[in-house]
Write a protein that binds this ligand. Structure first.
Ligand code: ATP
Length: 363
């Protein structure tokens, strides 16, 4: 899968076969990635996937253990390479006694052609905060200011680590628009997120990262098709389970006796439940097709529920589709990317353990 027509210029970021460990933890495992000028790229992945580590290598905060990272063609650890870079870390310290306008002026003073305070605060919808001391701002207001500060020097490349964490819906939308506008002015933007919705709203190209590897890399529509699964819950007699598993394009991810509290069985449908019935949770791309399949195969089911799969479930599905590549790195394909939908890592148990708990309701 390739980025869908979004490659507009020479690469501003080049990551080649990069591995980074923290003690025994392999945070990045042979990752390769190139970001052309003018792209708006979303890095999507669960907790601990390696997104922050990747950004820290690109911004020169850390060095890779193996492989190379280039920023504007140079070493990210050299100050000259970072002149046109703007970043917002996940956690931001602002001088608490300075007013917002003073902080903007302080940061602007480091750049040859900064945005005016007015322009910056207007873009981010925070002009009313100009005279407030940063120590008195709410968490969300601090976050908006921190993201705004990444843009004050008019950087050609902006790296944003979870820019909208902790923001309410309205603030999140204002910030998205500010980033879209900045990108439309010609900048390259790379942001990380746990939220598929956020990536969908902003990015044209998406890289899905999981346990330190690139699991998918492509246009937003391609990646959405990979991760947009539905979760179908239903109760069947135990003898029918095999028939359900045999339905096309269906993955049974959980089976619980209906007597079990963890089964998720609705109280109303528990009344006529048989003790040995099982509550199945399926993942499928097309829930309608599952229902047609159930009816067509005359499978006796009840308590049907259809929900959006959580992003974590989608990641799990993504990581369990492909064959496990046991080969050492130097014997794997040399482009460094997992093929479309065919990631290369870990046993099912290892994958389940490494993926973080589900963020319910994200999708
Ligand atoms: N300084 C560190 N010391 C030890 N382990 C670390 C350090 N930084 C990251 N790690 C580990 O490396 C792995 C990748 O972490 P990273 O922060 O890059 O993930 P992430 O995708 O940004 O996660 P999140 O979405 O939770 O921010 C995790 O297992 C993490 O615990």
């Amino acid at each position: 899968m390739t980025a869908s027509g979004t490659s507009r210029g020479a690469p501003v970021v080049e990551v080649e076969h990069v591995t980074r460990r923290f003690g025994n933890v392999v945070a990045l495992d042979d990752v390769s990635l190139s970001v052309p000028e003018g792209e708006l790229l979303g890095l999507l992945g669960p907790n601990g996937a390696g997104k922050t580590t990747l950004l820290s290598l690109v911004s020169g905060l850390r060095k890779p253990d193996a492989g190379t990272v280039r920023l504007f063609g140079g070493d990210p650890r050299a100050a000259a390479s970072r002149l046109a870079l703007g970043t917002t870390p996940q956690e931001t310290g602002l001088p608490p006694t300075l007013r917002v306008s003073e902080v903007v002026a302080l940061v602007a003073g480091h750049y040859p052609d900064p945005m005016s305070t007015d322009e910056l605060l207007t873009r981010f919808g925070i002009t009313e905060l100009a005279r407030r001391q940063t120590g008195g701002l709410s968490g969300g207001q601090k976050r908006r200011l921190a993201v705004a500060l990444a843009l004050v020097g008019r950087p050609r490349l902006v790296l944003l680590d979870e820019p909208t964490t902790g923001l309410d819906v309205e603030a999140r939308h204002v910030l998205w628009q500010a980033l879209r506008d900045y990108h439309a002015d010609g900048a390259t933007v790379v942001l990380t997120s746990h939220y598929l919705e956020e990536i969908e709203a902003l990015a044209r190209r998406v890289v899905v990262v999981g346990h330190g590897r690139v699991l998918a890399d492509g246009g937003i529509d391609d990646v959405l098709a990979l991760v947009a699964r539905r979760r179908v819950l239903l109760t069947v007699p135990p003898a029918a389970r095999l028939a359900v598993e045999a339905l096309p394009d269906v993955e049974v991810v959980e089976a619980q006796p209906v007597g079990s509290r963890a089964s998720g069985e609705l109280a109303s449908s528990r009344v006529d439940a048989h003790a040995d019935d099982v509550r199945l949770t399926l993942l499928a791309a097309d829930a309608d097709a599952v229902v047609r399949g159930l009816v067509g195969a005359a499978i006796p089911f009840r308590g049907l529920e259809v929900r959006g799969a959580s992003l974590e479930e989608a990641f799990l599905a993504l990581t369990s589709d492909g064959p496990h590549d046991e080969r050492p790195h130097d014997e794997r394909p040399q482009d460094g990317r997992a093929p479309h939908g065919h990631p290369q890592h870990g046993t099912d148990d290892e994958r389940a353990a490494r993926l973080a708990p589900a963020h319910e309701g994200e999708r």
